[in-house]
Design a protein around this ligand. Sequence first.
Ligand code: PHE
Length: 474
Amino acid sequence: MLSSQADTGKRTSLHGHWSSRMAFILAVTGSAVGLGNIWKFPYVAGQNGGGAFVLVYLACVFLVGMPVMMSEILIGRRGRRNPVATMALLGQEEGHSKQWQWIGGLGVVGGILILSYYSVIAGWTLGYVVKSFSGAFTGATAESVGAEFGGFVGNWQVIALCHTLFMALTIFVVMRGVERGLEQAVRFMVPALLTLMVVLLGYSINSGSFGAGIEFLFTPDFSKLSWDSVLVAMGQAFFTLSVGMGAIMAYGAYLPEETSITGASAAVVTADTSIAILAGLVIFPLVFANGLDPADGPGLVFQTLPLALGQMPGGAFFSTIFFVLLSFAAWTSAIGLMEPAVAYLVEHHYRTRAQAAVIVGGTIWALGFATVLSFNVLADFTFTALPGMQGPTTIFGHIDHLTSNIMLPLGGVLIAVFAGWIMCRNSTADELGTAGNVYKLWRFLARYVAPIGILFVFLKAVGVLDTVTAAFTG
Ligand code: PHE
């Protein structure tokens, strides 16, 4: 998918370029669509009360996530290097400092931390492929799927094995170079996943409490929404779009000059958001029809879908297909999470791609044990160490909160500020290919809405703003 032919005129990437606009859109969609849409979105929406949370999430996706995505792609394409080197280069080129490279550094670390737990959950989906195939869910009840899930994650050896298998698969693809395999995987996976979700939606409309599901997802009750929930909604917007940590910047580095960044971003954001909403529409009616708890947490999708599918004719088959597709979706996202670190090692320390993939992947694998143990041996080891947290949680909860709700939005502010304030108009207009209204809107969002919005939510969630207001109003 990456052709080695040089791009005429401007800088070229060491790693080649995407062969077409479609290849790029598929790769970014592959990175964006993943566990974030199908596993995480429903459970965080469930834990944060539904409707109002979903509305804030959508506002964050379009007003903050999308302009940051466009900024990442344009920065990536202009620099054409790994995120650290690109930020250093453009920082200097725009007459500022090399120190903007730390944004790239934050992303490299963020990607490693996210993948350390992402791989564990992706491992669960692999485990569920096997379970589904063996007919474990045929004739399932709410109790049996709950017990099955509890037993599965309670056994650390089994989930460690699944995590190991998933990391091995990821290292394998990254070693071979992103171009081979990824395009094929995404080309088939995204439409297949969409189709299956629509089939499941049909089932959910017929057999679930569809009205209750819709009401939960779309009736906003702002009294249920704390600033901590707003922080989680914002974090989820960043997480699901893969923005704020340089993954999209790394992919942008391989983007041909003539491709429209706005068009590509709009396509990706639309696909990603539709899949998340669809997942919610499938899952919540089933939750309410079966007396499950919407705030059940990370196990939600692993219980609702096997339950629904277990009651359908051909359920074992469909359930197997579903978890295979979800594993694929996770796989194409995991590659993006590793890319900044791998590209960095290849460019700076003269490691081969294969060595870099093994070094980075091995580190992530080892870190993953913190999450593996969070669901069994260390499940009762909960604490509150970070600002904006909704209560004591496990080590997994801490890594998730630190990365999604703090590091990604922080990276997002810095990226938006860099593209909106540090880069000159000519550079950004040149990359976005227009100085018209779309450009003006992007610049307004990147300069004002995204940075101010993110900082405001941070300060609110941490309680700083309230303390300051109280001090002034007495
Ligand atoms: N967007 C991916 C998902 O929703 C996760 C991800 C985050 C991938 C950040 C790359 C970078 O599953």
